[in-house]
Design a protein around this ligand. Structure first.
Ligand code: S3P
Length: 437
């Protein structure tokens, strides 16, 4: 699908919007609910392609799941009731589904094969295989990638220092550790998103985190109990509109019920440091997850320097930070972000390749970029490409709002991975004359 993008809205973006439910929490609520006993009701579940991949996979293990509108209901019968799937399971594009399920399946008494699309089949899986093997798991990869075959085993406990910052790896190990013979310890060099830990506590697991958030102890779980979960709106999806409102003059937006877990709010801090006009109101907490409303208006932005320690907290928003930097009054530098090279695409390369088409002064580094926002934009190539990466596609649709020449986006439908109504929601925030012009 090639889409014509909207250019230069004169009046900016206006209105109030609640973006869809958090992707990371939706995956985890499904998986943990499916491990539990009794009913788990998930409100504001994200019905996107990635989360539906998790839902479908769980049904293949015999988990009874029903849905109505934005609610998913799991009739949990406990992990013991899971059975071997009848065929290899297709993980589609979803790294979160693959890695979290691999951790869980490492301790189940049956064999499962996981396959994925072209992008997922190139993403590294040794990062979970290696520590899971230390627990006694038997996992076969294909040259370090999918297809992956997991033959579940009785697991022993783990004491593991994470060599890289990854919430997916950490969560896989936690889900395995719940099935281990004794208490496990996982240590992180930099804290990553902790939705798994927060949700598991609500379901009754015994899991403690040190005060500095670097060390997690996980006791083998007695039976987890079904819960009711209210998923907040996804800050990573809200970030597209926060960026748009910041860089398009006259914009003023309110985003409601946005997840504000401190392991995810790095983007708000970066935007504030750049001079972004953002206000947080109506803060509350539910299911151990903070949330609130965000008010944002257009701002004059300044350059920024970002280094490794900040990266895990902004990992999915870095292409948007590159775009913000491309409108700032100076030179920005982002380093320590090598993990971007193993996302749905090599996001350092795709961000540089696509933003360069708009005449933006962006230079690729091994682990980041340098962006000079002082260089005026001028469209060099109007044929933009999402490269099959949802976050790159949506970032480019926001970048187009700053351009005057007609632009096209190849493979725009990939937004379905995390935000199926992205283009409708963007249109609703623009005035009607601007959409039809
Ligand atoms: C996610 C963790 C991050 C993030 C991804 C979702 C999660 O990946 O980039 O979009 O839900 O755990 P890594 O943990 O591999 O950094």
């Amino acid at each position: 699908m090639i889409m014509q993008l909207i250019l230069k809205p004169q009046q900016g973006l206006h209105g109030t919007i609640q973006v869809p439910g958090d992707k990371s929490i939706s995956h985890r609520a499904l998986i943990i609910g499916a491990m539990g006993l009794g009913t788990t009701t998930i409100h504001n579940f994200l019905f996107s392609q990635d989360c539906l991949t998790t839902l479908q996979a769980l049904k293949n293990f015999g988990v009874d799941i029903s849905q109505n509108n934005e609610t998913v209901i799991i009739h949990g019968q406990g992990l013991q009731s899971w059975h071997a799937p009848a065929h290899a399971l297709d993980m589609g594009n979803s790294g979160t589904t693959t890695r979290l399920l691999a951790g869980l399946l490492a301790g189940r008494p049956f064999t499962t094969t996981l396959i994925g699309d072209q992008s997922l089949s190139q993403r590294p899986m040794q990062r979970i295989q290696q520590p899971l093997q230390q627990m006694g798991a038997v996992i076969h990869l294909t040259h370090g990638h999918l297809p992956m075959t997991i033959s579940g085993q009785p697991l022993h406990s783990l004491c593991y220092q994470m060599p890289l910052a990854s919430a997916q790896v950490k969560s896989a190990l936690i889900l395995a550790a719940l099935q281990a013979s004794d208490t496990s310890t996982i240590m992180e060099k930099l804290p990553t998103r902790d939705h798994t830990e927060r949700l598991l506590r609500q379901f009754g697991a015994h899991l403690t985190t040190s005060d500095d958030h670097y060390k997690i102890n996980i006791q083998p779980a007695h039976q987890l109990q079904g819960q009711t979960i209210q998923i907040p709106a996804d800050l990573s999806s809200a970030a597209f509109f926060l960026t748009a409102a910041s860089i398009i003059t006259h914009s003023q937006l309110q985003l409601t019920n946005v997840g504000l877990n401190p392991t995810r709010t790095g983007f708000l801090k970066v935007l504030q440091r750049m001079g972004g006009q953002i206000k947080i109101t109506a803060q509350s907490q539910e299911n151990g997850e903070p949330r609130g409303n965000l008010e944002i208006s257009a701002a004059k932005l300044h350059p920024i320097t970002i280094t490794a320690t900040e990266i895990p907290n902004i990992i999915d928003e870095i292409p948007l930070i590159a775009l913000l930097a491309a409108t700032a009054d100076g030179r920005s530098k982002i380093t320590g972000a090598g993990e971007l090279r193993v996302k749905e695409t090599d996001r350092i390369h795709t961000t540089v390749e696509e933003l360069s088409k708009l005449g933006i002064a962006i230079t690729e580094l091994a682990d980041g970029f340098i962006i000079d926002g002082r260089q005026p934009w001028s469209v060099i190539n109007p044929h933009l490409d999402s490269h099959g990466d949802h976050r790159i596609g949506m970032m480019l649709a926001i970048a187009a709002l700053k351009c005057s020449a007609p632009l096209h986006l190849k493979n725009a439908a990939v937004v379905n991975i995390s935000y199926p109504n992205f283009f409708q929601d963007l249109n609703n925030l623009l005035s009607q004359e601007e959409i039809s012009s």
